[in-house]
Each structure stands twice: as C-alpha cells, then as structure tokens.
Design a protein around this ligand. Structure first.
Ligand code: SAM
Length: 220
C-alpha cells in the first residue's frame, strides 16, 4: 500500500481497523513474555491503538511508528494526553512519559533507532501490507530489530479472492516462510471470528480466522 492510501484513510476517518478497547489477546498473551518493568515495546504501524496505553499503564516503554500525523495526534488527544514534540534524526517524534511515537515510514527506520527494543507487538501491521511488501517488511525487521526481541503477532486469514485487502490474508505457512530464517514461530491460537466481525461478513467473507503467534529470535 502506498503512503497516500493510508493518509487518505486517516483523512476520511476510514479506520475500521481501530479498536475502541484494549486487545484481549494482548492482555492474555503478553504476561507470558519474559519482560521486565521498563522494557521497551516496539509497536510498528501503530495507528492510534489503545494497546499502547495498556502497555504504558503496565509499565513498559512504548515506541511506536506511524505514517499519519492525524493518527498520532488523535491518540494523544483522545486520551487527554499532552505530548511534547521533538525532531530527532529527521523524524517528528511525539513523546509523553513512557510513550514515544515516531511519525514516519517504518522502512526509513535504522537499527540505531530500535536498539532499545526488547519486544514487538504487531497487530494488523504485517497484514496491512500486500505480499511483496510483507516480504520487505519482514526483511527490514530482520535488519533493524535487536537480536533478542520477541514478537507477539496477530494475523487474519480468509479466502483472499472474497475480499481485497487490507487487511490481507496471511496463512500460517506464509508466517513460517517469512520468519523462519531468523525466528522460531509458535502459533498460540487459531480461532474462527467471522460472527464477531459483521463488517467482514457484509463484505462477503465466508470465514475469518484470527491467529496469534509468538516469534522468538533464533540463537545464531
Ligand atoms: C491496519 S492499520 C493498524 C494500526 C494498529 N496496528 C492497530 O492495531 O490499530 C495500519 C497502520 O499502519 C500505518 N502505516 C502504513 N504503512 C506504514 C509505514 N510504511 N510506516 C509506518 N506506518 C504505516 C497506517 O497509517 C495505519 O495507521
């Protein structure tokens, strides 16, 4: 997806992907990650997800990256937070206490920007990209993420011919193919959720499966 696509979505408030509550799968699986108070959680393609607030309230340092300044501004405004804005390495950064959101393109991040990252939370980020960009996204992650960072990944699967993405359908075989060169991939859950998401039924989907994975870097 080109940047313009996402800027238009935010401008027109076409953000059905946004959830008005904390993600229950984050709440369920995050405590199993071996993390310490104050560890940094990277949230790629963060939008204005409330999950950043949940992570911050649970004493993690949150580092998000998001293309749209509207999303970032909404995140702070809607949660009654007044961030300060700074510029670092050419990126606009919005920061308050233990939440820092970089306004920019994920693909412009370098290892030096992420060297404090201890874990990654990816909900609706991998699946926001079409196939060629998913390959690029994972290759770039491998380049810029510290070797120790585990990931909680949440994906969707459905017959791709029934709907155009995003979100794109990403099956377990693809997750394995994408990550296996550098991550151990463990599927934690795989559930049919179509009945809970009427907007996808209305678009003609006959099935919608949500999966949760834990990705752990291979020791090299
Ligand atoms: C499907 S939304 C998911 C947002 C968030 N993860 C959530 O769960 O609500 C994808 C987000 O990624 C942003 N985005 C798309 N491409 C990006 C890129 N290359 N770099 C940074 N953000 C990007 C979009 O603006 C959009 O807010």
């Amino acid at each position: 997806m080109r940047e313009d696509f996402w800027h238009e979505r935010w401008k027109n408030n076409e953000i059905a992907f946004h959830q008005n509550d904390f993600n229950p799968l984050l709440q369920k699986y995050w405590p199993d990650f071996s993390l310490n108070t104050g560890d940094t959680v990277f949230v790629p393609l963060c939008g204005k997800t409330l999950d950043m607030l949940w992570l911050a309230q649970n004493d993690f340092h949150v580092l998000g990256i998001e293309l749209s300044p509207i999303a970032i501004s909404d995140f702070f405004d809607e949660n009654d937070l007044q961030p300060k804005k700074l510029i670092r390495d050419g990126f606009d950064i919005w920061q308050l206490n233990n939440i820092e959101i970089i306004c920019g393109d994920f693909f412009d991040l370098e290892a030096q920007h992420l060297n404090s990252v201890d874990a990654v939370y990816d909900r609706a980020s991998l699946i926001a990209f079409p196939l060629d960009m998913r390959n690029r996204y994972v290759e770039h992650q491998e380049k810029v993420l510290p070797g120790k960072a585990e990931t909680l990944l949440i994906t969707l699967e459905y017959p791709q011919h029934e709907m155009n993405g995003p979100p794109f359908s990403v099956i377990p075989d693809e997750v394995n193919e994408l990550y296996k060169p550098w991550q151990q991939v463990v599927q934690l859950r795989r559930n049919e959720i179509l009945d809970k998401v009427p907007r996808f039924k209305e678009k003609g989907l006959t099935t919608l499966i949500e999966s949760v994975y834990r990705l752990s870097p291979l020791v090299r």
